[in-house]
Design a protein around this ligand. Sequence first.
Ligand code: FES
Length: 375
Amino acid sequence: MTKDGPARPLRLDGQGKPLWLVCELTYKCPLKCPWCNNPLEFGSIRDELSTEEWKRVLRESRALGSLQLGFTGGEPLVRKDLEELVAEADRLGFYTNLITSTVGMDAERLGRLKAAGLKQIQVSLQSHDADTTNTLVGAPVHQHKIDMIREIKAQGFPVVLNIPVVRQNIAHTTAYLELALELGVDYVEFANVQYYNWALVNRDELMPTLEELRESEAAINAFRARIGKRMTIYFVIPDYFNGRPKACMNGWGSIIMTIAPDGLALPCQEARLLEGLDFPSVRDHSVEWIWKDSPAFKTYRGDDWMKEPCRSCDEKEKDFGGCRCQAYLLTGDAANPDPACSKSPFHHKIGQAIVEAHRPLRNSRPLVMRQAGAS
Ligand code: FES
């Protein structure tokens, strides 16, 4: 019991701890992926946290109960102090993983990361086909990625292979899985692109049709049946086509905390785009204050903020009202029900987006590649 009555039942909320810490070490990246979730204005966000500032964030987060730490970016390998930060995280007892394109990696650096205590590596690979990969990321890196995946396996890391699923590669599903199996990866994640930032700019050009998604799902199921437990494959039909929103972040400010390169603390990697919320910086506040007391983390925590129909919905403990960033981008108010939900009064916006993306002249516009100043 609390003084206000019975305590709320525990959800997937880590009992109030930021179990999962996401460290965006830099927005710098040698690639130009047109679905990048970094801010459109990433080029003007400078003044990255120093090594010592990052180490303080790691210490304070671990003291607060964080367990899993993802180093991401941009491309985290751009940071020369990555090994030092991995070593500090390992010393503190984090389970660390690196989310990377592998550009900036070689066998020697991989060995140093291993020695520093890195536990797992997630590599993005856009296709089994070199031309497709190189075109989609705007650089000739396909063969390097393949070489590095082999090296990562050779050095004994578990590997998650991540394919951002878009119209341009969705027909490659089976060939991609064949390659993944041959490379010996442990997990394959078919990550249906979420439409924020660069992906939203390119939504009409990137979005597959429901038919293409169903075909891909069927190919994955057939592959799973053929290979058994040799490789784990993740795929879910994206929220645009599902009729129900995703349980974004397992609930706002529930278990995940992201620290951006300039020190802003965010409940999700996209939240910087939300206007009207004053996100605190680790340069000005302790991690504990940010997590427990800052208005930015409390605003959409729990369900008091919800409007109808979310507030009285019997699924709100399952999806937490969906995604605040998507609600903001598509309706102008982050507290609105996520339009991805068929019960949302804004659901028609999803239908309109699908129609718009699949009009007969699809593929008629070139992709806007991620680059500084392009927004
Ligand atoms: Fe920000 Fe869903 S991406 S809440």
